[in-house]
Ligand binder design. Structure first.
Ligand SMILES: *[C@@H]1O[C@H](CO)[C@@H](O)[C@H](O)[C@H]1NC(C)=O
Ligand SMILES: *[C@@H]1O[C@H](CO)[C@@H](O)[C@H](O)[C@H]1NC(C)=O
Ligand SMILES: *[C@@H]1O[C@H](CO)[C@@H](O)[C@H](O)[C@H]1NC(C)=O
Length: 675
C-alpha cells in the first residue's frame, strides 16, 4: 500500500466519520459499541472498589467495560440463575484468560468473559456478580427472556448492474458482513464496497475494504465467492443505513443491501477471529465435501470443507494414476479435528489397507517421506468442519508426493472416513466415485453451493452378538464387512478399517469362554504377507486394540499375548483367506435386523488350508481378553473368560437359538444370537 493511497483512505474514513457524527449527533466516544447493555456495577465503590459496565456479547459471553477491582479481597466472577447473588447458588465464571483462581487487580479494563458451557444469558443467567468469599462486591441483573445479540440475516444484494448478485448477507457482528456466493463482473472502472447514512445509496458514502482488506484497488470480479468484509475505523453497522457496490466515478449503484434499524448484533470483540481470506476456487466433490484452493506462487493453499462427524477425516489429493482416478499411489492430505486441534497430515497410499510397517495408507513421515503441509488452521461452525493447509506444488519427495502441474487437468482422489484413536486414517466410508479432475491453475471460479449443515439421522447399532462357549467350542474366524454405521463402530465405539472379524458367521461376537475348557479356532484370515490387505493372522491378547506388529518394543512389553503368536513374535494362526462380501451392495441401513443383513452376504474363500489352534483359558487368564488381527488394529472384539458360565441373562437364552448355516453360503454355522 503506498503512503499516498493510505492517507487517501484515511481521509475518506475520517470524513465519513465526521459526516456520521454530524448526521447522528454522536460524539466519537459514543460510536463505540460494546454489545447489549445489561447494567453497571454499583457506582458507590464499596469493598474491593468494583466498577464497570456489563454488556452481552452474545448468548454466552459478557463484555465488561471500565472494569476496576482493587484485588484487596479474594473474589471471583460468579453467575447464577435464581435468587440473589450467593456463593453457592451460582457457577464460577472464569476470568478473561479462562483462569479460575482469585481475581487480581484491574484498573479500568475491558474484559470479555465466556460463561461456562451450558450456561446462557437467555435461559440460565439472572445475575452476574463479583463475589468475595462471603459477600457480594457488586452485581448486575439480567432480565428474564433476555434478548441477546445475535447474527442477523439481511437478505441478498439487490441485482442492479454489472451482474451483481449474491446469496444471503449476514451481519456477523457490529463490524463484519458475511456475503455468500457473490457475483460481479469486475467491469466497473471505479467500483468499491460503499456504505453510508443517507436513505438510499448515494455518493455521500465511504469505502469499505473488500475481502482482501483493501480499498485501494477497485473491486475484482467475483464468481460466487463467499467473503467477509469489515467496516473501517470505528464505524459499526449501527452507523450506516446501507452497504452497496458502488462506482464512484459514475455515481452508479450496482446493488445494495439495507441495514435494519432494529439491530441487536454482537460487538466485534478482539478475540473474534476474523474469518480467513476466501479461497478463489471451489469445487463440490460430494454433497458432504468441498475443496477450495488458491494457487499462490509455488504453493497451493487448500481448504477442505465437509459435513463430517466428529472423528472423521476428509482426505484430498492427487490420484495415484495419471490417466484415471485410482487410490493406490495417491498423494493425499488427511484432515480432521483432533479434539480442538485441526490437523492436515501428508499421506501416501502405498496399498489399499491400514498403515502397517511401510505399506498401506500411511503418513509420509512413516514411510520415508516428509510431512509437507504447513499453516494448518481450521474452523468448525454449524456442523461444518473446515481445514486449511498449504503445500508446495513440488515437494521434492519423489516417493511419497506427486508434483502438481497447475496447467494440467489432474485426476483427484478424495474420501471421508474415521480416524482411529492413534491418529491414523482408517478405511473411508465415502470416497471418490467419478473421474474427478481439477486444473489447479485455472481462471478463478467458485462452483460450490453452500454446504447446508444437517447431520444424517443417527442409527441404532445392531445388538451385540454373544456366543457362549458351553455348547459351541469351535470358532471359524473369517473376514467380513463392518456392518455400516450400525456395525463395528456403533457396537464397539471404536473406529474400524472397513473390515472386521466374523466368528461363526457373526460380526465381532463377544465370546464367553470357560477356564479349563478347550476351544478350537479355525482361522481363515489370509496367510500371504505379500498382500497385506488380505493378511489377518488371529491372536488373543489383553490389548483392546490389536495390531501386534504395529507396536513398538516398549508397547509390546505392556501387553500379554495368550495365543496365536510364538516366542519369536511371529503369528501362528494364518490360514487361507475367506471373506463375507455384499455382492448386491451394503444393506446395513436397509436391513431390519442383523440376521436380515447377514443374509445379504456371501462367503468367498481362496484355495488353501485353514490355520487351527486350540486355546485353553486358565487361572492366569484375565476375565476380559480380546481376539485381534496380528497386522491390523480394530478387527476383533471381546472374550469374557469365566469360571462358570453365566445364566441366560447375557442374551443367549435358548429362545434366540438361530441356525446361521442357512444364512451364509458355504458354511454350516451354529450360533446363538440375540437379534
Ligand atoms: C504460512 O503463513 C505465513 C504467515 O502468515 C506466511 O508468511 C507464509 O507464506 C505461509 N506459508 C505458505 C506456504 O503459505
Ligand atoms: C471342532 O474342531 C475339531 C478340530 O477340527 C473337530 O475334531 C471337531 O469335530 C469339531 N467339533 C465340532 C462340534 O464341530
Ligand atoms: C483339552 O485338550 C487336552 C489336550 O488335547 C486334553 O488332554 C484335555 O482333556 C482337554 N480338556 C477338556 C476339558 O476337554
Amino acid at each position: 500500500m503506498s503512503s499516498r493511497s493510505f492517507s487517501h483512505e484515511h481521509v475518506a474514513v475520517s470524513l465519513a466519520l465526521a459526516l456520521i457524527m454530524m448526521l447522528t449527533g454522536r460524539s466519537e466516544a459514543q460510536t463505540q459499541y460494546y454489545g447489549k447493555l445489561i447494567g453497571s456495577f454499583p457506582s458507590s465503590a464499596g469493598q474491593g472498589g468494583v466498577a464497570g459496565t456489563v454488556y452481552a456479547v452474545d448468548n454466552n459471553r459478557l463484555q465488561i467495560v471500565g472494569f476496576s477491582f482493587d484485588g484487596s479481597v479474594t473474589a471471583q466472577f460468579r453467575a447464577g440463575s435464581t435468587g440473589s447473588p450467593s456463593g453457592n447458588g451460582g457457577v464460577l465464571v472464569p476470568n478473561e484468560q479462562g483462569g479460575t483462581g482469585p481475581l487480581g487487580a484491574y484498573n479500568n479494563k475491558k474484559l470479555v468473559l465466556a460463561l461456562p458451557e451450558g450456561t446462557t444469558l437467555q435461559d440460565t443467567v439472572r445475575w452476574f456478580a463479583v463475589w468475595g468469599q462471603n459477600s457480594n462486591l457488586g452485581h448486575v441483573t439480567v432480565p428474564d427472556n433476555f434478548d441477546y445479540p445475535r447474527q442477523r440475516n439481511i437478505g441478498e444484494f439487490e441485482r442492479r448492474q454489472h451482474q451483481v448478485r449474491s446469496g444471503d448477507v449476514t451481519i456477523l457482528n457490529a463490524k463484519q458482513f458475511y456475503i455468500r456466493n457473490l457475483h460481479y463482473d469486475g467491469l466497473g472502472p471505479d467500483a468499491f464496497f460503499w456504505a453510508g447514512q443517507t436513505d438510499s445509496p448515494s455518493s455521500s458514502g465511504f469505502k469499505v475494504p473488500d475481502h482482501r482488506g483493501s480499498s485501494d484497488e477497485k473491486l475484482p470480479r467475483y464468481t460466487g465467492q463467499t467473503i467477509t468484509i469489515v467496516l473501517p475505523g470505528d464505524v459499526t453497522v449501527y452507523d450506516i443505513k446501507w452497504l452497496s457496490m458502488w462506482c464512484i466515478l459514475f455515481r452508479a449503484n450496482f446493488g445494495e443491501v439495507f441495514i435494519p434499524t432494529d439491530l441487536n448484533v454482537p460487538p466485534m470483540v478482539e478475540d473474534v477471529p476474523v474469518p480467513p481470506m476466501p479461497m478463489m476456487n471451489c469445487e463440490e466433490l460430494h454433497r458432504d465435501m468441498q475443496v477450495s484452493w488458491t494457487l499462490a506462487g509455488d504453493n497451493l493453499d487448500v481448504e477442505l470443507a465437509g459435513r463430517v462427524e466428529d472423528g472423521d477425516y476428509m482426505a484430498f489429493g492427487i490420484s495415484g494414476c495419471n490417466d484415471r482416478v485410482c487410490m493406490v499411489g495417491s498423494d493425499v492430505t488427511v484432515a480432521w479435528y483432533d479434539g480442538d486441534t485441526p490437523r492436515a497430515v501428508d499421506y501416501t497410499l502405498k496399498a489399499y489397507s491400514q498403515c502397517s510397517g511401510t505399506s498401506g495408507v500411511c503418513p509420509d513421515d512413516r514411510v520415508g517421506g516428509a510431512d509437507n503441509n504447513v499453516n494448518i488452521t481450521g474452523r468448525q461452525v454449524n456442523g461444518i468442519t473446515r481445514i486449511r493447509y498449504s503445500r508446495p506444488i513440488n515437494t521434492g519427495d519423489t516417493t511419497t508426493d506427486k508434483v502438481i502441474d497447475p496447467s494440467q487437468n489432474m485426476y483427484i482422489s478424495w474420501a471421508i472416513g474415521p480416524i482411529n484413536p492413534s491418529g491414523v486414517a482408517a478405511k473411508h466410508h465415502t470416497r471418490v466415485e467419478d473421474q474427478v479432475r481439477i486444473t489447479f491453475g485455472r481462471q478463478a471460479s467458485d462452483m460450490c453451493e453452500m454446504i447446508i449443515s444437517a447431520m444424517p439421522a443417527p442409527v441404532t447399532p445392531w445388538p451385540t452378538r454373544k456366543i457362549k462357549g458351553d455348547q459351541v467350542t469351535n470358532f471359524t474366524v473369517r473376514i467380513g464387512p463392518t456392518g455400516g454405521r450400525r456395525g463395528f463402530e456403533a457396537i464397539t465405539g471404536l473406529p474400524s478399517w472397513g473390515i472386521a472379524y466374523w466368528l461363526n458367521g457373526l460380526l465381532i461376537p463377544e465370546l464367553e469362554l470357560k477356564r479349563g475348557w478347550n476351544y478350537t479356532f479355525i482361522v481363515e484370515g489370509g496367510d500371504n504377507p505379500a498382500t497385506p490387505e488380505r493378511y489377518h493372522p488371529f491372536y488373543i491378547t489383553d490389548d483392546p486394540i490389536g495390531g501386534y506388529t504395529q507396536k513398538t518394543p516398549a508397547e509390546k512389553q505392556q501387553i500379554n499375548v495368550f495365543a496365536g503368536v510364538d516366542e519369536r513374535g511371529m503369528p501362528t494362526a494364518a490360514g487361507r483367506y475367506c471373506e463375507y462380501n455384499n455382492p448386491n451392495g451394503d444393506a446395513s441401513e436397509t436391513s431390519e435386523t442383523f440376521a436380515e443383513y447377514a443374509r445379504t452376504l456371501q462367503v468367498d474363500c481362496r484355495p488353501g488350508q485353514s490355520a487351527q489352534f486350540t486355546w485353553t483359558p486358565d487361572d492366569n487368564t484375565p476375565d476380559l481378553v480380546y481376539y485381534h488381527c496380528f497386522t491390523h488394529q480394530y478387527l476383533g472384539w471381546k472374550i469374557h473368560v469365566v469360571d462358570e458360565f453365566t445364566s441366560g441373562a447375557v442374551g443367549v437364552s435358548a429362545g434366540t437359538l438361530t441356525v446361521m448355516g442357512a444364512l451364509i453360503a458355504g458354511a454350516l454355522l451354529l450360533s446363538y444370537i440375540d437379534v
